[in-house]
Design a protein around this ligand. Structure first.
Ligand code: ZN
Length: 283
């Protein structure tokens, strides 16, 4: 996100100019950086501080906010991966995640060609880009979940953007310091819920913040009610309102979720306005 600002889902396949023929790849170690990670490291306009953590190669933009806070940022990565794996019962990854901390949308644009995203994941190469600075927290749990789910379950079926982003944002858990569900509820009181048919078929056409948080809250409910194997089946085969999930249709599950969701949180005047303008990541 910003997870909630990102248009580029982890499921988007981006071909890197450095993706060579199989004959070239076979001469490299299996765990060498690939895809966007390899392209980013080959970009001579960037200089990176190299760190490692269990399961991660961490590349930190020199002179950045992340460079000044690298110890705390690096220290929280292994728990992000463990949390994502635990949520969906995923096995250990086959190799390390190449995770890049960058300063701003300017660098994001230079690396992946869009300013819209403040986070990016390429599951096939286990690459994550995370923007963080004094005014924006890192959404590493969101982006790492894209990689963990993509590696465990393979490419997501067409029409599952709501699930791909819902699962990632559910793994992050928070928006502007509040649980996803609280902010989703407050937004629904203001705007109403996005109809399920639009969530399922026109997810990317919805307002990012509301769509991501609503999908996150619903996905967390499904994960609790039906378990990760049921979500994996939706991920791989897609879903309509009539798709059975744990003995009910998806539409019936969504109705149960809406009936049960509530929150005591009353945003301060202007607080929800601010979240709607800037997104979930304001530090
Ligand atoms: Zn995402």
């Amino acid at each position: 996100m910003a997870p909630v600002r990102a248009r580029l889902a982890g499921a988007v396949l981006i071909l890197s100019p450095l993706t060579g023929p199989a004959g070239c790849a076979s001469r490299r170690p299996l765990t060498a950086p690939a895809g966007i990670a390899a392209a980013s490291l080959a970009d001579t306009s960037f200089r990176w501080i190299e760190r490692t953590a269990p399961g991660f190669r961490v590349h930190i933009q020199t002179g950045s906010y992340a460079a000044a806070h690298q110890d705390s940022l690096v220290a929280r990565l292994p728990s992000a991966a463990a949390h994502a794996r635990e949520l969906i019962g995923a096995p250990q990854l086959a190799g390390p995640i190449d995770l890049f901390f960058i300063e701003s949308r300017t660098e994001m644009n230079r690396l992946i060609g869009t300013r819209r995203a403040t986070g990016f994941a390429e599951p096939s190469s286990r690459t994550v880009l995370v923007m963080t600075n004094a005014g924006w927290r890192a959404f590493e749990r969101h982006e790492v979940m894209h990689v963990v789910a993509g590696q465990a379950w393979g490419p997501a079926a067409p029409g599952t953007d709501w699930l791909v982003e819902g699962l990632a944002q559910a793994a992050d858990g928070f928006c502007a310091g509040h649980p996803n569900e609280e902010v989703a509820w407050a937004l629904a009181r203001r705007h109403g819920w996005i109809p399920l048919r639009d969530v399922l078929t026109r997810f990317r056409a919805q307002p990012d913040l509301r769509a991501y948080l609503q999908a996150a809250a619903f996905t967390a409910f499904l994960l609790h009610e039906a378990g990760p194997d049921a979500l994996r089946d939706l991920w791989r085969h897609g879903a309509t309102a009539a798709t059975p999930v744990a003995g009910r249709t998806l539409a019936e599950q969504e109705a149960r979720w809406r009936t049960g969701v509530s929150s005591d949180w009353t945003p301060a005047p202007g607080q929800l306005d601010r979240i709607e303008v800037v997104g979930c990541g304001e530090a």
